[in-house]
Design a protein around this ligand. Structure first.
Ligand SMILES: Cc1cc2nc3c(=O)[nH]c(=O)nc-3n(C[C@H](O)[C@H](O)[C@H](O)COP(=O)(O)OP(=O)(O)OC[C@H]3O[C@@H](n4cnc5c(N)ncnc54)[C@H](O)[C@@H]3O)c2cc1C
Length: 413
């Protein structure tokens, strides 16, 4: 009977353990925390957006880097397979807006509990409070792992230690060290699905304000090429901007985005109106109240706190009576409403990001098996690998699919 060791009891590790045990291996799961799936508990704000009910080609469009690496993993274990797995094991699911799949109970704990129950049923030996220190590399292959007090021999080892985001859940990047010690190269690790610090102070002054139905656009400054544009929700914070649109946009930032003049982000505060329609609307508002000050008219168009700040952003005198606003000033107001520039300074630190971009290079992992191309007996699964995706359940599905493939292949090598 083949001995398989899985390092890490997160989404990828639990699924890898299940797949390996289903194929008849004797599986030991080593998890540094006192319990498995700590990160799973906080996913989807505690509701766990467990996968996305879409076809493979749609899925791969949501993976900005190295999507082709995932072909085999998604063919082996597609979103539908994850949904069936949960349903079959007593955790009904519900598909919501954007084909996002959640447990019907909307409790992330139900997903973890289901995964753990299946590992128990299959006889996986789970050892908690057990932090792996390193791999045993002997005669050119991976022969097990080392913890503080002992060695754990194995025929195959699956590294499923996660990335660097939310380190309090246990993912502090140990797997990167294991990979490097085994001769693997790492691509630079950066925050992805991250909030953004702004260079200007005005977004911070609006801390706590959420905007709905706005369009956020990211473009290359020189060529004007649009890298991202989406309608949705965003939030101002004490450091700058956050919320779904901002997290998503952060995925589309090129590596060198901080070079001066490289990219520009702008906000359309009135995406439902064309520039002409908006100008006509302003003309109507101003004609209806020519003696009112601009500051008193803007709250009809914008949330009060943003309205109070807006004349300064458009460089128009807030005290000016509407009847005296010139055509140029109206153009400036209109232009700022349609494309308000947001000067970005930095991503928030990686521990605050939703996922880690970068990691174990996909060039050195066989996409058909998740096996190391360098060291026989070594496999990788989940966020430790250099793949990440947009929000919508894609990142967890990547963890489940790569975990499933790694587990299956490690058991049958
Ligand atoms: C706040 C938040 C919300 C999210 N929401 C969603 C969502 O709704 N949908 C979605 O698709 N994605 C979501 N994600 C992303 C998703 O959670 C991750 O992509 C996914 O959990 C990665 O799974 P993993 O198994 O690779 O890593 P992890 O889930 O991080 O698991 C790694 C495990 O390895 C253990 N470990 C690490 N080192 C060692 C060691 N040396 N020895 C033993 N054990 C070790 C850790 O303790 C941990 O349990 C969210 C992430 C965050 C931070």
């Amino acid at each position: 009977m083949r001995e398989v060791i899985v390092i890490g009891g997160g989404a990828a590790g639990l699924m890898a353990a299940i797949a390996a045990a289903e194929r008849g291996a004797r599986v030991t799961l080593l998890e540094r925390n006192e319990k498995p799936g700590k990160k799973l508990y906080i996913t989807g704000k505690g509701r766990c957006n467990v996968t996305n009910d879409c076809a493979a080609e749609d899925f791969l469009r949501e993976v900005p880097r190295n999507p082709r690496f995932l072909y085999s993993a998604l063919a082996d274990f597609a979103p539908r397979d994850m949904m069936d797995f949960l349903e079959r094991n007593g955790c009904p699911v519900t598909v919501q807006r954007g084909r996002r799949v959640f447990p019907a109970s909307e409790k992330a704990s139900d997903v973890t509990r289901t995964l753990v129950r299946v590992t128990e049923r299959l006889g996986v030996r789970a050892v908690y409070n057990c932090r792996v220190q390193g791999l045993i590399l002997r005669e050119g292959r991976c022969a097990g792992v080392r913890t503080e007090d002992r060695e754990w021999p194995a025929d195959a080892v699956i590294v499923a230690t996660g990335g660097l985001s939310a380190p309090l859940t246990g993912s502090t990047g140990d797997g990167y060290r294991f990979a490097e010690e085994a001769g693997h190269s790492l691509t630079p690790r950066r925050p992805s699905l991250s909030a953004i610090e702004t260079a200007d102070a005005w977004p911070c002054e609006l801390q706590g304000l959420a905007l709905k139905n706005v369009t956020l656009t990211l473009r290359e400054t020189k060529r004007g090429k649009i890298l991202y544009t989406e309608l949705g929700e965003m939030l101002f914070t004490h450091f700058g901007i956050s919320g779904p649109l901002v997290l998503e946009m952060s995925c589309h930032l090129p590596e060198d985005w901080r070079e001066p003049g490289r990219v520009a982000a702008e906000l359309d505060l009135k995406p439902g109106l064309s520039a002409e329609q908006l100008d006509a609307r302003l003309q109507r508002e101003f004609a209806a109240a020519p003696r009112k000050r601009l500051a008193n008219v803007l709250p009809a168009l914008l949330p009060a706190r943003l309205a109070a700040l807006f004349p300064e952003l458009a460089k128009v005198d807030a005290e000016k009576p509407c009847g005296e606003i010139t055509r140029e000033e109206r153009r400036a107001l209109c232009g700022t409403l349609k494309s308000l520039p947001i000067a970005m300074k930095a991503l928030r630190p990686i521990d605050e990001a939703i996922v880690t971009r970068g990691g174990v290079s996909v060039k050195e992992i066989d996409p058909a098996t998740m096996a190391s191309k360098k060291v026989p007996g070594l496999y990788f699964a989940g966020e430790v690998i250099d793949v990440d995706a947009h929000t919508g359940g894609y990142n967890l599905q990547i963890a489940f699919a790569t975990g499933h493939l790694a587990g299956s292949c490690a058991a049958e090598e």
